[in-house]
Write a protein that binds this ligand. Structure first.
Ligand SMILES: [Zn+2]
Length: 486
């Protein structure tokens, strides 16, 4: 057991290196399992069987970002392959959207080599993210796979548990699981596929109904990671049955066909407007606080967090009570630290990494706070929850508090704001660089508006420069047709 995860955005202008991953090796992976992610579900489920001896290999995850350095992928893959000898079964958690230099579908390469090494008789089951990019070969290589059923993701643990249960069904109950797979030529941003609302909500209802049938072991719909300019990218349906390959394929085709019929109906699960309109509506809104997501520069899908378009709009529209979380600009952080708390700085902010979708913005502001950037996840003050983000400052520019970081960061929960002495609900506008809000931010947000903004995670995929993706693909080619494979 083991796994690795990365959502590789091919538009992000820098590579993801080995040191960007947070690895746990061997028995230390069991500590990672305590974090209740998908791997935690795998471990807990397998540990309940007293006669199963666990062989932990590696778990390693990195923040979504640019394509992974080749030697980093080779290293991660090597840790799993080296230990996968004399085992009775394999259960992995793989995010499913990793691309490395020269390798378009990393998980597929790992699983292909694993299958070659282990032979056809050793079962392999896999848990995946809903934003996995799965290719047909993978469905033929593994015995079973299952993806998260929720976005925002709140069922990672259960998904890992399901993958482990399917392995146990093969090993202990002698079931012969088989995978049906169908793929749609559809670039669908996650922001238009939240699992609890809209058309995706209806599709996941269909998945739930499918899974209640006794002959269906598991069903999944993956909307994929659309910000990857790879030939075979899109939405995938996966259905697992016991022995009945024809039924598995027919059911995968049925889910995919329904999805395809509804392709024009997928829309944002929240209010969504171009930037200036989003900011204007939020400023005039009756609610005390409005979260305005800067969706085009979302580090949760590979954004650089240095696109300044929303900050520019806030300043132009004279917003005076707003916080931006956050902008990545190491030189600006250094300048603010040398000015000191209370010091005034005049500098070019952001626009240095994603030079394609933004430019530096010249601002004059006052340094309000300098922090070491440490915070405790979920606000739990114990060493396992400590995250060190590196130097972080709050720069006030005409009433807009801009959190500026020396490393790229993702603001996903209130504890991060609290660590800087910031109460998000004290602001009229909170601008996280996110798409849809994470569950902890959604829980405190009185009203959420999505700003359709530029960057490498632009929700309007027609604005991005796709060159390698197989054409036709919807919606770049609106007349794209699709037929299920028999
Ligand atoms: Zn995801």
């Amino acid at each position: 057991m083991g796994g690795f995860g990365h959502e590789s955005n091919t538009f992000t202008p820098f590579l993801t290196h080995l040191e960007d991953f947070r690895p746990y090796y061997g028995m230390d992976t069991l500590a990672a399992a305590a974090q209740r992610g998908a791997f935690g579900g795998i471990v807990a489920t397998l540990q309940r069987s007293a006669d199963i001896e666990l062989v932990p290999t590696i778990t390693a995850h990195a923040m979504p970002g640019g394509v992974v350095e080749r030697q980093a992928f080779d290293s991660l893959k090597g840790h799993i392959l080296e230990q996968a000898h004399n085992v009775d079964g394999v259960c992995l958690y793989l995010h499913g959207a990793m691309r490395a230099e020269g390798i378009d579908y990393c998980e597929n390469v790992l699983l292909r080599e694993l299958r070659y090494q282990l032979g056809s008789q050793v079962p392999i089951t896999v848990a995946l993210d809903m934003h996995a990019n799965i290719v047909a070969e993978t469905a033929k290589t593994v015995n079973a796979m299952v993806a998260y059923h929720t976005a925002p993701h709140v069922d990672a643990y259960e998904t890992g548990a399901k993958a482990a249960e399917m392995l146990l069904q093969i090993l202990k109950a002698g079931r012969s699981l088989t995978v049906g797979f169908a793929k749609l030529p559809f670039l669908l941003p996650g922001e238009k596929a939240q699992s609890a609302v809209g058309t995706m909500g209806e599709m996941m209802q269909l998945v739930a109904e499918t899974e209640t049938r006794p002959e269906i072991v598991s069903a999944s719909l993956m909307n994929g990671h659309c910000w990857a300019d790879l030939p075979d990218i899109g939405v995938a349906a996966v259905v697992v049955t016991d022995k009945d390959a024809a039924l598995a394929q027919a059911e995968a085709n049925r889910l995919a066909a329904t999805f395809w019929e509804r392709r024009a109906d997928f829309d944002f699960g929240t209010e969504a407007y171009p930037i200036d309109q989003a900011v204007g509506i939020a400023m005039a809104a009756p609610e005390g606080t409005i979260f305005v997501s800067d969706s085009g520069d979302n580090p949760g899908a590979g954004g650089t967090t240095d696109v300044t378009a929303v900050l520019e709009s806030l300043l132009t529209q004279r917003a005076t009570n707003a916080v931006i979380a956050s902008l990545w600009d190491a030189s600006a952080v250094a300048a603010c630290i040398s000015a000191g708390v209370g010091g005034e700085v005049s500098l070019d902010l952001g626009g240095k990494l994603d030079t394609r979708h933004g430019k530096p913005l010249h601002v004059t502001g006052k340094v309000r706070l300098i922090s070491d950037g440490d915070y405790y996840r979920e606000g739990i003050r114990d060493p396992n929850h400590l995250v060190s983000r590196g130097p972080t400052i709050v720069l006030t520019v005409r009433g807009v508090d801009v959190i500026v970081t020396a490393q790229r960061h993702s603001y996903v929960e209130p504890a991060q704001f609290c660590s800087l002495g910031i109460d998000p609900l004290a602001y009229k506008l909170v601008v996280p660089k996110r798409g849809y809000l994470t569950a902890p931010l959604a829980a405190i947000s009185p009203r959420a508006i999505l700003a359709i903004s530029p960057g490498v995670t632009n929700c309007d995929v027609t604005q991005l420069d796709y060159r390698r993706v197989n054409r036709p693909v919807y919606p770049l080619d609106p007349d794209t047709t699709w037929q299920p494979t028999p």
